[in-house]
Design a protein around this ligand. Structure first.
Ligand code: AMP
Ligand code: GLY
Length: 425
């Protein structure tokens, strides 16, 4: 079959790499792709948010299935667009209604409440109810968690220690700090614990498979310090997400989510990303995303021993049946090489050397592009996800750090402590 993958990050590189291994795959197109995805398929200059352009390309090139890498096209309704206009086209992802699990934090919280899914206590406020919001903050203990309802490129969550500052920030958010995204703000109780990312592929008919669990590292600095980033590394599996914990996740979170979507009449044939926190052994939901995680995917794909194309096709057709998703017992890690200055301002267009000398890791390109002479240049904050499989976290890390020592670009930075917190548990 011919597949069109939408996106351009490290996640899409990893999805493309994994799909390339499938016997079912004929042509793979990546729109727009990056400096590395050309190794797995053909990069095409189509804007994923221009559904008519996506449709025209897909129709002209005999595309059978569209895999949506990031949330924006899903929240904008790409699933519904094709369901209405091209009913034969398989689209891996939720309908616009389902994408609200990520597109609106208020919707996600209401969904969790109505299906009894464990999550932090919360209330939602608008400018008209800002005073009630401040009164609710008075009821909670510090720190205070304020979340812009809509998509805010990962920046819409504020965690504030001081009560008066939290009230001030609430009013600022409602006054437009994140534009329309913070016209509604969710205020919630702070939960304390270690986070992990659980990925589920569902067929919308109650069928689902759980993918390898991962943990990502969001802060720029070692020891989880400094600014939040898109993600500086990932590890899979996660030692604390053992069989007992995962059984709780399945029973209390995954099944009520999958069955709740169906009961609410919400079409959802794709990946569900559960951002979980382990509160004293009990899993609770911090957030839903409606796509795979980045950089978790760059680790998770290394641990899937089944045909991902077959699984996604079955999910998109609404019938996963008894199809197996085999997980490798090995450990995968990803360490992200980023541009100097990221997540603040950084320069682009730096020449990346040494990638071809790496044998022990898979170099998933993220913010890269090809120069006219074919050489590889940086073109984003997160540049290359250096991903390795090993017998333990330490073994896999040794490979990734060894590979990182072979590559270079002006200003390159990476965290040297990825996975360290999980090694002494
Ligand atoms: P979100 O965009 O909802 O994932 O929030 C971003 C990050 O803020 C999460 O990954 C958590 O680290 C943190 N966070 C969000 N909600 C809470 C909460 N209720 N308690 C503690 N930390 C939270
Ligand atoms: N790694 C977190 C995310 O993809 O949102």
């Amino acid at each position: 079959m011919n597949i069109l993958l939408l996106g351009s990050g490290g996640r899409e590189s990893a999805l493309a790499w994994k799909m390339r291994q499938s016997n079912l795959l004929d042509k793979l197109y990546i729109a727009p792709g990056n400096g590395g995805t050309g190794a797995y398929g053909e990069n095409v200059a189509v804007n994923p948010l221009d559904f008519e352009a996506v449709d025209a390309f897909a129709t002209a090139h005999g595309v059978d299935m569209i895999v949506v890498g990031n949330e924006d096209p899903l929240v904008a309704g790409i699933y519904d667009y094709f369901a209405e206009r091209r009913p034969g086209m398989l689209v891996v992802g939720p309908s616009k209604a389902g994408a609200q699990l990520e597109g609106s934090k208020d919707f996600a919280k209401r969904f969790m409440m109505s299906h009894g899914i464990p999550t932090a206590r919360y209330r939602s406020f608008t400018a008209a109810t800002a005073d009630d919001g401040c009164a609710f903050i008075d009821e909670l203990a510090a720190p205070y968690v304020l979340k812009a309802d809509g998509l805010a490129a990962g920046k819409g969550v504020l965690i504030i220690e001081d009560k008066d500052e939290a009230k001030k920030a609430l009013r600022e958010m409602l006054g437009g700090m994140f534009g329309k995204s913070s016209a509604t703000v969710v205020v919630e109780e702070f939960l304390s614990g270690i986070e992990c990312s659980v990925f589920v592929l569902t067929d919308g008919n109650g069928g689902y498979r759980v993918l390898p669990v991962a943990k990502d590292y969001k802060r720029i600095g070692e020891g989880d310090t400094g600014l939040n980033t898109g993600g500086m590394g990932a590890v899979s599996p996660v030692p604390f997400a053992d069989a007992v914990f995962m059984e709780k996740v399945r029973e209390r979170i995954i099944e009520p989510t999958v069955n709740g979507l169906k009961a609410d009449g919400i079409t959802y044939r794709g990946f569900i990303f559960l951002g979980l926190i382990n509160v004293g052994g009990e899993p609770m939901v911090i957030e839903y995303n409606v796509r795979m995680g980045d950089p978790e995917t760059e680790a998770v794909m290394l641990r899937i021993d089944s045909d991902l194309v077959a699984l996604m096709k079955a999910a998109a057709e609404g019938a996963l049946g008894d199809m197996e998703l085999k997980q490798s017992p090995k450990t995968a890690v990803t360490v992200m090489a980023v541009s100097g200055g990221y997540p603040g301002d950084y320069e682009k267009g730096k020449k990346i050397s040494g990638i071809e000398d790496v044998a022990e890791s898979i170099m998933f390109h993220a913010g890269t592009k090809r120069d006219s002479d074919g050489s590889c240049l940086t073109s984003g904050g997160r540049v290359i996800a250096v991903s390795s499989l090993g017998d333990s976290i330490a073994d896999a890390l040794q490979r990734s750090y060894g590979s990182l020592s072979k590559i270079a670009f002006d200003g390159m930075y990476f965290r040297r402590d990825i996975g360290r917190d999980l090694m002494n548990l």
